[in-house]
Design a protein around this ligand. Structure first.
Ligand SMILES: Cc1cc2nc3c(=O)[nH]c(=O)nc-3n(C[C@H](O)[C@H](O)[C@H](O)COP(=O)(O)OP(=O)(O)OC[C@H]3O[C@@H](n4cnc5c(N)ncnc54)[C@H](O)[C@@H]3O)c2cc1C
Length: 454
């Protein structure tokens, strides 16, 4: 055996698995293989001046590398079973929350100290939402911010590099079952291990699918969430964001009874692009440092779609819509709410005269040519519903960026230990389809590490 445990992927799932293993048993030989760069080498070339759009780097620094997709995220660490994944269905609700709280203490001890924990407990805003046909989901959220999140990751790496071997820019090509464990093949070498933890995240979804096929591990199709990112003056949402930081609000549309929800709220933040396997979509983040804040708040409005029979490829559906937007806009499209309502495209002139200044340089266009009517109608209905609790949301100047797509990995068949039918092969984090967040992914890493240690 080259290693006792090999971890594939250095996102939150992989990092916290490595942390827990090496902390509790320093004699273990642990290796982490990561397709992307080390943290200090991660740099997205989009600077808004020379490089305005995604240039499709070999390894996308937003999605890949030490820290995974979470490295430049807003670092919103949600402690809840209400959203962010279905880890509790495998390991129980109490255990899931305890693990998320445990990871929170590690983040605090590694640079996150002093960051604020927001909570929905006893908030009056819940009532205000219910009175307007909106539901506010329960959660505690620690906001690390992109800056502090980076410091936490840096500190964790300083500790981990002494205890585990890291192989950056080394994508794992295949996993094979051997007599005593698993053979991990990369372009530069083959390594044998007794146990293997796979935490390949969203960027590794295609590879994960192929790996499951080759090992005959059953998978189920998962949902896809499609929508837009809304950007408006931060002051309009300040009563919500000052108290809760992020409010997860759900609305059931009158027309189709679809559920539309807010997602990833970034007070005083910026809108950014994201590249998943060559498809450019939109996302957002914000800094903890007041000096780096903008005047705008952004959040996503998403509609969930799940296909089962005869068409099963929910992600493929989301990809096609994102491709259409990339085809029309060369990347992300931006449109004023007033232009959507008037049935006309936004132009560079209309955007430059808009009261809300965009934080992302996107192509002015027409989102109604991209989004299916049912999804567009749901988003417009939700904007009018939000306008009742945050007047001004439905102003002409509100900006909509599209498309935002949340791809969920297909759900891999794992047991209550997050172990596949192969003893010693664990699939965790977003790559397993079980988690969709920093907190759930990190918790799943600690959970399997403890199973291995036991
Ligand atoms: C811009 C952005 C903002 C976000 N903001 C938030 C937020 O505020 N709060 C929140 O809860 N969540 C947020 N998320 C989601 C969050 O980042 C993910 O849920 C989380 O990172 C999942 O962790 P993971 O370890 O499962 O996977 P990932 O973080 O995706 O890490 C997987 C890693 O595996 C590597 N990999 C993949 N395949 C291979 C292979 N074959 N060989 C070797 N390595 C491989 C990848 O390069 C990657 O680094 C955000 C995501 C993005 C993109």
């Amino acid at each position: 055996m080259d290693y006792d445990v090999i971890i594939i992927g250095a996102g939150p799932g992989g990092i916290f698995a490595a942390y827990e293993l090496t902390k509790n048993d320093p004699s273990l030989k642990v290796a982490v293989f990561e397709a992307g760069h080390a943290l200090e080498d991660r740099k997205c070339p989009i600077d808004g001046v020379k490089v305005k759009n995604c240039i499709h780097c070999k390894s996308c620094s937003i999605m890949s590398g030490f820290g995974g997709a979470g490295a430049f995220s807003d670092g919103k660490y949600n402690i809840t079973n209400d959203f962010g994944g279905t880890l509790h269905e495998h390991i129980g609700k109490d255990e899931a929350v305890k693990l998320m709280e445990y990871v929170d203490t590690i983040n605090l001890a590694n640079g996150g100290e002093g960051t604020k924990l927001y909570s929905t407990t006893n908030t009056e805003l819940k009532k205000m939402c219910l009175q307007n046909k909106l539901q506010l989901l329960d959660a505690s959220v620690r906001h690390l911010g992109t800056d502090i999140n980076y410091i936490v990751l840096k500190n964790l790496y300083e500790k981990l590099k002494e205890k585990a071997s890291f192989f950056f820019m080394t994508p794992v090509e295949s996993i094979e079952k051997t007599e005593g464990g698993f053979l991990i093949k990369t372009q530069t070498g083959k390594y044998e291990c007794e146990k293997c933890i796979v935490s390949a995240g969203r960027i590794g979804s295609k590879w994960m699918e192929e790996t499951c096929k080759s090992l005959d591990i059953p998978t189920k199709s998962n949902r896809v969430d499609i929508g837009v990112r809304v950007e408006l003056p931060a002051v309009l949402f300040a009563h919500l964001t000052d108290e809760l930081y992020e409010s997860k609000i759900v609305y059931r549309t009158e027309k189709f009874e679809d559920r539309v929800r807010t997602f990833c709220m970034n007070p005083y933040g910026s809108v950014v692009t994201e590249n998943t396997n060559g498809i450019v979509t939109v996302n957002g983040h914000s800094f903890d440092d007041p000096e780096k804040r903008t005047k705008n708040t952004n959040f996503a409005l998403l509609v969930a779609k799940h296909f089962s029979e005869p068409f099963k490829d929910s992600n493929g559906y989301g990809e096609s819509i994102a491709r259409l937007s990339n085809m029309l806009g060369g990347g992300v499209i931006v449109q004023r709410f007033g232009d959507i309502i008037r049935g006309r495209r936004s132009t560079a002139k209309r955007i430059s005269e808009n009261f809300v200044t965009p934080t992302l340089q996107a192509e002015p266009g027409d989102l109604s040519l991209v989004l299916p009517k049912r999804i567009m109608d749901g988003i417009l209905e939700m904007i009018y519903a939000l306008d009742k609790i945050a007047p001004g949301t439905a102003n002409d100047d509100t900006l909509l960026y599209g498309v935002e797509v949340k791809f969920y990995n297909m759900e891999v068949e794992v047991n209550e230990d997050l172990e596949t039918a192969y003893m010693g092969l664990y699939i965790i984090g977003d790559g397993s389809g079980v988690t969709h967040s920093l907190s759930h992914a990190s918790a799943s890493g600690v959970y399997v590490a403890r199973k291995i240690l036991a």
